[in-house]
Design a protein. Structure first.
Ligand code: NAD
Ligand code: LMR
Length: 325
């Protein structure tokens, strides 16, 4: 007998990222090739026709695991009985818009969705926020979902993590699949710290192998932080397939485990590593049995502490601006 379907909320369903994400979800890349799913797709009223077009394409794939698709512009319908939620839709910056206005506009969206999450989703639903500013949007969502477990609201820094893996593997001349223990600290923004100090390949320290601290500080860290902008510059649009892939990786590992490996997730801080409690910041975690566990007890040197303070200060000022404080 087949398992009961998992209900998966996806917002921003007519957008670029979802054009890659939805097909991978329906293929079974997160919940497994034996787990039926029901997609609950949310987008704005003016995007409903475009969502219907995407759903026509999903139908034309005849995915065996895709049991049903709900299309809606009502957050309450989208979050009803959700087992998992990918919050991708958000307000992009328009011409002449100040960053503070962008933060406020998104805060409005995530307040409404937080309320809908609170009132409609299962209490053990796993939530990833992708829409930018992802960490701050996740903070607003959680603040407006008081009865929903804070630990289950996360934001995506996995794209930064994957970017860092590829860049370091190329520099060291090792296969990317062998790179372990990469860390992204902080905000999904150019202030993040891509930390190579614990990274290994085949048990060997990659920082020792590369042995070039200037490259780490002046090339590696800024390049990972500015990769999103470089893609916008080259493509004329922000990363989409790689962002969808990272969202799949994040949720896959949370649901199915990371096999003892370290991955980076933005999760509510417990106050460790100089990150104030409650702030949703990137840290290293290990996932097992449907839970993530923060990697604890890592030494933070003066350079890393300074970088983490910068990205955490940015997060705190974003949250204040989003709340209009
Ligand atoms: P897009 O503009 O192609 O699509 C966004 C979709 O969201 C649109 O269909 C829009 O109608 C919808 N939307 C807007 N407001 C909504 C609301 N209130 N409810 C539901 N849907 C709403 O954008 P995209 O390329 O798919 O990117 C989506 C977001 O992901 C952007 O904010 C982008 O900056 C962000 N992003 C994050 C990462 C990351 O690593 N965290 C990486 C890449 C992109
Ligand atoms: C990315 O990292 O590719 C995106 O977050 C960039 C952006 O601003 O949409």
């Amino acid at each position: 007998m087949s398992r009961p379907a998992k209900r998966v909320t996806v917002t921003g369903a007519a957008g670029q990222i979802c054009y890659a994400l939805l097909f991978r979800l329906a293929q079974g890349d997160v919940f497994g090739r034996d787990q039926p799913i029901i997609l609950q797709l949310l987008d704005l009223p003016q995007a409903q026709a475009a969502v219907r077009g995407v759903v026509m394409e999903l139908e034309d794939c005849a995915f065996p695991l895709l049991q049903d698709v709900v299309i809606t512009d009502d957050p309450a319908v989208a979050f009803r009985d959700a087992d998992a939620a990918f919050l991708v839709g958000s307000r992009p910056r328009s011409k002449g818009m100040e960053r503070a206005d962008l933060l406020l506009a998104n805060a409005e969206i995530f307040k409404v969705q937080g309320k809908a999450l609170n009132e409609n989703a299962k209490r053990d639903a796993k939530v990833i926020v992708v829409g930018n500013p992802a960490n701050t949007n996740a903070g607003i969502l959680s603040a407006f979902a008081p009865d929903f477990p804070k630990a289950n609201v996360t934001a995506m820094v996995r794209l930064d993590h994957n970017r860092a893996l590829s860049l370091l593997a190329a520099k060291a001349g090792v296969p990317v699949s062998t790179v372990e223990k990469m860390i992204i600290w902080g905000n999904h923004s150019p202030t993040m710290l891509a930390d190579w100090r614990y990274a290994t390949s085949g048990g060997q320290s990659l920082s020792a192998m590369v042995n070039d601290e200037a490259w780490y500080r002046e090339t590696f860290i800024p390049k990972v932080g500015q990769r999103g902008a470089a893609i916008i510059e080259a493509r004329g649009a922000s990363s989409a397939a790689s962002a969808a892939n990272a969202a799949i990786d994040h949720m896959h590992d949370w649901v199915q485990g990371s096999n003892g490996g370290w991955v980076s997730m933005a999760i509510p801080s417990d106050g460790s590593y100089g990150i104030p409690e409650g702030i949703i910041a990137g840290v290293p975690v290990i996932c097992a049995d449907g839970e993530y566990q923060r990697v604890t007890g890592l030494e933070i040197d003066a350079f890393s502490a300074e970088k983490i303070a910068v990205t955490v200060n940015e997060l705190q000022s974003e949250i204040s601006a989003a709340l209009g404080k």
